[in-house]
Design a protein. Sequence first.
Length: 129
Amino acid sequence: MGKRERSNIVRIEKAVRATKRKYSHKLKDYSRESIPGSLKTTILEHPPSVPCGDEYNALQEIISTTPGVFWKPRKRKEYIIDSSDLRKFQILGFEHYADYVGFSEINGLSGHTADLDFLFNDDKENYND
């Protein structure tokens, strides 16, 4: 009985099918995380506040004694900035998710080792073993 010969092409196709499942989930996470969030700014305009009592009298005195001076009340603006839609990498100051992952990998922050596993084909969960 001789050894059964296997085609190299069949072996490569099986290996690709087996590893493709591993990559797809991580690549989807990577592509989902790399979509940036947006900063929402709301501007509320309030009517101008009228000076009361002594302030109003002092203002009228200055306006009457100085030629060319007038009082033009302006609307008060209130800015409300909502950053709840921003991603973590944007809050930390990175423009792209890939930059954030690279920074984390270089500085040994272990929370993002899984993001680069698809490059190195490494599925090991605990790197200290």
